[in-house]
Design a protein around this ligand. Structure first.
Ligand code: SAH
Length: 590
């Protein structure tokens, strides 16, 4: 839908619907929220290309019945219920764009689009995106368009899967590989004839750890040849390899490193003492002489795969020994670290909405969760106090590892004074202890995605005008995790260098003097008339925007929801806006 060229009217009757109508109109250029009346409607029918009604569909059907002519000239008609649960595409779905409009509004509101057209194959999954999400490797990309076409034509695909894997609704489980369009297996060949000319897409689960031992000086080609041969002999696909395991002494062996690079695989290595603890392994004196371990390929594969069973027993050929183990089938969990923006429905991204909706568990500070109540209805919710941030992160990681999809919610952006860093710090410190592997390492099934949000500095700057048009620095005045001396040093340097300065956390619990001390430092370098913007609760109900200057800002009430922006030497105030020039003169004759 070409929104820019089309104009939408949003009709409401009640007060509740009125504010929803304003929200929707805000999302479309030129759109208007209009109080509904049947007399007005005939004039509007051709004036707007999209009409959105927030009321019962009965009222709408009666009101528009006389006006409907044909698909070419009628506008798109969409109905939204007052609780913003459903968005119905009522008229002119395809040509008029009502289906798209309904979908779009639904996603903005976190509602469900209701689109009842038989021919409409809405929301078919993208096979390659789904495969990537499930860590399945596409064997032959040429087959993909053929199978995708079948999905479009039939609306369903048949899937043969040897792994426990959650399938999209339109993927039907099929026990007989001969009848399947998609085959999920590590086996190179399955026992059926493929001579029927039917397109089949093989997806290889990344689940096999290959253990490799080699003599010094072997080259990459020899290793590749050995691995390929052994996998072929065991009817296993090399594409299912997720990791190479070996002993630490061999981890830097050139041929092995090159082979790993070529295959895009990581090498995980173990010390001889660790390897020798594995029981039931055939011991070799010569290997022990060379490495200090009684065996290398088999036990290192088993250790990395966290299993005591091999799918390929130790196989030695010439200079190279290969073995393989299958990782325990842990269902992949997901951890979304979601920024929900400064507040309210209108400033949260679509991706953030989608992630929260998809999640089994939502974890966050209550204040943030309360900002997006419509998104968080039927799931497990965990709220803990603000001070227990690391507990929240640990809980989120633990739940995601158990196979759940978890959204960890931050206000603003999750990567700015928030949860994203903490999650990665926790994961990487575990990694250092070598107990659990880090994020997205092949043997860690946990997928982590950071979903950005509009930070307080974006929201506050937008409310003030354009104060961040030139180089700026952001400094948090919270000394909970940073020594106050460091904060003072940074304030001093930033003020001296004439940066615009954004102050986060100007007031923290129980303390009062950080803000005045910060202003005192900034005052050493900046003029008293330097503009200062003070934004409290940006984009939240009761937001408060004040533009003042350095001399007067000290006397203003500052709280924990406030962001302060101090201008640079060029910042000026015009017409209630705080503006930092881009750095060059505005030339009218340019
Ligand atoms: N991750 C958040 C920042 C968390 S630190 C973000 O990206 O915005 C908390 C500080 O952010 C608060 O003390 C305040 O300085 C600022 N802040 C958060 N929300 C705000 C809002 N709606 N308006 C103004 N400042 C806000």
């Amino acid at each position: 839908m070409e929104k820019e060229n089309k104009v939408t009217a949003v009709f409401y009757i009640t007060d509740k619907a009125h504010s929803l109508a304003e929200d929707i109109a805000y999302m479309y250029v030129g759109a208007k929220a209009i109080k509904f009346s049947t007399e007005l409607l005939p004039a509007m029918w051709h004036q707007y290309s999209g009409l959105v009604f927030i009321m019962s569909s009965g009222i709408v059907v009666r009101a528009i019945a006389q006006l409907i002519k044909d698909r070419k000239s009628d506008p798109a008609v969409v109905v939204v219920d007052e609780n913003s649960e459903f968005v119905i595409s009522l008229l002119n779905g395809h040509l008029g764009g009502a289906n798209d409009l309904a979908r779009e509004i639904a996603s903005l509101l976190g509602a469900r689009p209701v689109i009842a057209l038989a021919a409409e194959l809405s929301n078919l999954p993208s096979i390659d995106l789904w495969a990537a999400e499930k860590a399945l490797v596409i064997e032959d990309w040429d087959q993909l368009p053929k199978v995708a076409a079948r999905l479009r034509n039939d609306g369903v695909l048949r899937v043969y899967a040897e792994n426990e894997i959650e399938l999209p609704e339109v993927f039907l489980r099929e026990a007989d590989p001969a009848n399947a369009d998609i085959l999920i297996t590590s086996k190179q060949l399955l026992e059926f004839s493929e001579d029927d000319g039917r397109a089949r897409l093989y997806l290889r689960p990344r689940q096999l750890v290959v253990g490799i031992d080699c003599n010094s000086g072997v080259n990459e080609a020899e290793i590749e040849e050995a691995v390929s041969r052994v996998f072929e002999e065991h009817n296993l696909s090399r594409l299912s390899i997720c990791l190479i395991a070996t002993i630490d002494k061999k981890a830097n062996e050139r041929g092995l490193v090159r082979f790993a690079e070529k295959c895009g695989l990581e090498i995980r290595s173990f010390r001889a003492e660790e390897i020798n603890k594995i029981k039931g392994i055939e011991r070799s004196e010569s290997v022990f002489q060379a490495t200090g371990a009684y065996a290398v390929a088999a036990p290192s594969a088993m250790m990395a795969a966290d299993t005591d069973r091999l799918v390929i027993p130790k196989t030695k050929s010439g200079n190279i020994t290969v073995a393989a183990a299958q990782k325990k089938d842990r269902s992949a969990g997901k951890l979304y670290i979601v920024g929900i923006g400064p507040g309210g429905n209108m400033h949260i991204t679509q991706r953030a909405r989608a992630a929260i909706k998809e999640s089994d568990v939502v974890i966050g500070y209550e204040t943030y969760l309360n900002l997006v109540p419509d998104l968080i209805t039927v799931k497990e919710i965990i709220t803990t106090g603000m001070t227990q941030e690391s507990d929240r992160c640990k809980k989120a990681i633990e739940l995601a590892r158990s196979g759940k999809t978890v959204s960890l919610i931050s206000g603003g952006d999750p990567g700015l004074y928030a949860m994203a860093g903490l999650v990665f710090e926790i994961l990487s410190s575990e990694n250092r202890g070598n107990e659990v592997q880090g994020v997205n390492a092949p043997e860690e099934n946990l997928l982590v995605e950071v979903i950005p949000g509009i930070s307080a500095l974006n929201a506050s700057a937008a409310r003030l005008g354009a104060p961040l048009m030139h180089d700026f620095v952001s400094i948090s005045l919270s000394d909970k995790l940073t020594p106050w001396e460091t904060i003072e040093k940074r304030l001093d340097a930033a003020a001296m260098a004439d940066f615009v300065i954004v102050l986060y956390n100007p007031k923290s619990e129980g303390k009062n003097d950080q803000f005045s001390r910060a202003i005192e430092i900034i005052n050493k370098y900046k003029k008293p008339e330097t503009p200062v913007g003070v934004v409290k609760g940006a984009m939240r109900p009761g937001e408060d925007i004040i533009i003042t200057d350095l001399e007067k800002v000290g006397g203003l009430p500052i709280d924990m929801q406030t962001t302060v922006i101090v201008g640079n030497s060029g910042t000026f105030v015009w017409n209630g806006h705080m503006i930092t020039p881009r750095g060059y003169e505005f030339k009218l004759d340019a």
